[in-house]
Design a protein around this ligand. Structure first.
Ligand code: SIN
Ligand code: FE
Length: 295
């Protein structure tokens, strides 16, 4: 079965000129849960930056080197002051490029987006010893235990910055089908649970029912090995130099192999979505018969 989830785009520039008709098509496809794939949208190293393809600049505790929006220094890195300054410049440039790409393709999102984290992930992903819950080689939708989204969408711009290795993903069935299968196995929160988790600093803010259900969907999918094997899915190799954009809270995805990647996360206000039919919050609201977004 072909899911045809990967939509190839011709652009070679991080601020491409795109006609309004094409923009409308891209937006519709992205919001339906497709992967917008830019095989020739390269992110260029400045002289000397190739050294950061080597995982030795990770501090050993975290696999990724992260830059939070508005921070002036990266986290999770080890090196000289010059290394850390150069890493900041590299990762910050990726954040700026990703944001200009989204602005060029989806000007309607511009006033509704918040820059979140940017990361450089310089370590091989295959064969890592992680718990099943953290195992991103299993199909999942992104949902974070400690960081409730309250219905905000997760828009991500990925780039394979490695010189040789493709980044190998699996992508799976539409969110609506996934939800139909697993939402009946999820449950709501206990009275006081959201308050308690925030008070105990398990979550950064009070978790909403939306986040609670999304997290269970993430876990139910990863825990179900039969589902992992049998769900309609497609493997795709993102070659070196390729860029791709997805709503990672909507697209079932798994990262199987790959060496060095950059990634930008953007939080998007759900009000900016043109057609919310396929949005996780809309799908869950319909299935559960109550709104998932605070009024
Ligand atoms: C993920 O978002 O699950 C991981 C993506 C990747 O590392 O390629
Ligand atoms: Fe993920």
């Amino acid at each position: 079965m072909s899911l045809a989830l990967i939509r190839t785009q011709p652009y070679t520039d991080w601020s491409p000129e795109v006609s309004p008709e094409t923009r409308a098509t891209l937006r519709r496809e992205l919001e339906q849960g497709a992967v917008l794939y830019f095989p020739d949208l390269a992110f260029r190293f400045q002289p000397g930056e190739e050294r950061f393809l080597d995982p030795r600049y990770s501090d050993g505790k975290s696999k990724n080197i992260n830059l939070r929006a508005n921070d002036k220094a990266v986290r999770g890195a080890a090196g000289t002051a010059q290394d850390l300054a150069d890493l900041y410049n590299l990762i910050h440039r990726y954040a700026t490029s990703s944001e200009s790409l989204i602005h060029a393709l989806f000007p309607e999102y511009a006033g509704h987006m918040t820059r979140a984290g940017t990361s450089l992930r310089p370590s091989e992903i295959a064969g890592r010893p992680v718990s099943w819950r953290k195992d991103d080689t299993r199909l999942h939708v992104d949902s974070f235990p400690s960081n409730p989204m309250l219905g905000k969408r997760l828009l991500r711009v990925f780039h394979n910055i490695d010189r040789e290795a493709p980044r190998v993903w699996r992508v799976g069935e539409p969110f609506g089908d996934f939800a139909t299968r697993f939402v009946p196995k999820t449950h709501g929160m206990w009275p006081g649970q959201a308050w308690l988790m925030k008070t105990l600093h398990i979550t950064k803010r009070e978790r909403s029912e939306y986040d609670h259900r999304m997290l269970q969907l993430h876990d139910l999918a990863k825990a179900d090995l039969e589902y992992q094997k049998t769900v309609p899915q497609q493997e795709f190799h993102f070659p070196p130099g390729a860029t791709w954009i997805v709503f990672s809270d909507q697209l079932l995805h798994a990262a199987m192999r790959g060496k060095a990647m950059m990634e930008q996360t953007i939080y998007l206000d759900p009000a900016a979505i043109g057609d919310r039919t396929h949005s996780p919050e809309a799908v869950l609201s319909r299935m559960l018969g109550k709104p998932m977004l605070a009024a």
